[in-house]
Design a binder for this molecule. Structure first.
Ligand SMILES: Cc1cc2nc3c(=O)[nH]c(=O)nc-3n(C[C@H](O)[C@H](O)[C@H](O)COP(=O)(O)OP(=O)(O)OC[C@H]3O[C@@H](n4cnc5c(N)ncnc54)[C@H](O)[C@@H]3O)c2cc1C
Length: 334
């Protein structure tokens, strides 16, 4: 599985199967003994394998993009295969003048996983643009369509991540609703500064320029998994009550808040980790990235357990200093 997870963890699985269409997946599901566990993956960019996986790993090769009928002016509806690389989809949308997902440029992984994870970056989330998710049950082969509301999208959350639903469904196709007019969102993560640096005026900004700007900002901040094994942000940004935030702010006036509601505040996990002295620290064959403390990296040949131990040490330390428990965003397998 080493080349099927961006951490580059060298584990084995019992069986690995890719499918090119719905019929192939159905036949495969029905032909396998029910006693063997099943895991559907995309590009493995949010997974941490702790051990060999004693089950079947499935992956979609359904990569088609089809425009669906739509009577609503200014709206484009697209049915996209779950196996398509997410960034290929984003690029294709921009080339065709279908707008909305530009800020999600260069996020690793597949379209199917984007609908499970509700990927997000720079003030946008995939769930905003998803109308339906067309799935097949991994155990029975039963088909089901989940509407946007049934997906229950939230911060890095969907119904597919609930304990009852996790690991039960293969995302076959995702139906997106995009716009034919470009409405840039520039208020996040230094996009405006980068535009200024490149001498691009907001008035003349094109979607392609915005995409390139996002790519530049991401590449300057995040390690490339092809060079250094990692799974992006290891932890979610914790949300705390306003009272807890005020209490912390009185001790740490520089704490960077971001409001999520009148009662709750989101605190950057990267700030908590950096304040705890973990930025750039290594522990054997694993480390906290020296530019982005939210990212844990495999320095070469690490096992999943080593990454988990580092994550555990960080969680324990942050909790003892700030009384805030960090939740992993990365999914542990095994
Ligand atoms: C360098 C880097 C930067 C990143 N930046 C961001 C970011 O900015 N924002 C963000 O949100 N995430 C980010 N991530 C995390 C990652 O890109 C996303 O979680 C992505 O959606 C994972 O896609 P994947 O195809 O690799 O899925 P995997 O990691 O293979 O799987 C993730 C989950 O989705 C499920 N899954 C995958 N495909 C299917 C399918 N077809 N049907 C059913 N279930 C499926 C898996 O079972 C698993 O539960 C980053 C990761 C890296 C390595």
């Amino acid at each position: 599985m080493r080349y099927h997870n961006t951490f580059g963890i060298n584990v084995r699985c019992r069986r690995f199967a890719e499918y090119k269409n719905i019929g192939e997946l159905y036949e495969f599901i029905c032909s396998q003994p029910r006693t063997i566990q099943r895991l559907h993956i995309g590009k493995g960019s949010n997974l941490l394998f702790l051990n060999d996986y004693n089950g079947i790993v499935l992956r979609s090769q359904i990569n088609d993009v089809r425009q669906l009928p739509c009577e609503e002016p200014g709206v484009v509806r697209l049915r996209v295969g779950g196996g398509l690389v997410w960034d290929t989809f984003v690029n294709r949308c921009i080339q065709h003048g279908w707008y909305g997902v530009e800020n999600l440029s260069l996020i690793p992984g597949t379209v199917g996983a984007a609908a499970v994870q509700n990927i997000g970056a720079y003030g946008a989330e995939a769930g905003e643009f998803i109308e339906q998710v067309d799935c097949m049950n991994l155990w029975t082969g039963h088909r089901q369509v989940f509407t946007h509301d049934e997906c229950r999208y939230g911060y890095r959350f969907s119904v597919f991540k609930t304990p009852e639903m996790q690991g039960q469904w293969a995302v076959i196709h995702v139906i997106f609703r995009l716009s034919t007019s470009f409405q840039p969102r520039l208020d996040y993560g230094g996009i405006r500064n980068e535009l200024q640096r490149q001498g691009i005026s907001e008035a003349s900004l094109t979607a392609e320029q915005l995409r390139q700007t996002i790519i530049n900002v991401r590449q300057s901040k995040l390690p490339d998994p092809k060079v250094t094994g990692n799974a992006g942000s290891f932890f979610k940004n914790p949300v705390v009550g306003r009272e807890k935030f005020e209490q912390l702010a009185s001790c740490y006036p520089k704490i960077p808040p971001s409001d999520v509601s009148p009662y709750e505040v989101k605190i950057p996990a990267a700030w908590l980790i950096e304040q705890s002295g973990w930025k750039g620290r290594s522990q054997g064959r694993v480390a906290v990235h020296n530019r982005q403390p939210l990212v844990l990296v495999n320095l070469g040949g690490a096992q999943g357990e080593e990454v988990r131990q580092l994550a555990y040490d960080i969680v324990t330390d942050v909790e003892s200093r700030f009384g805030i428990h960090l939740e992993p965003e990365v999914i542990f397998i095994g």
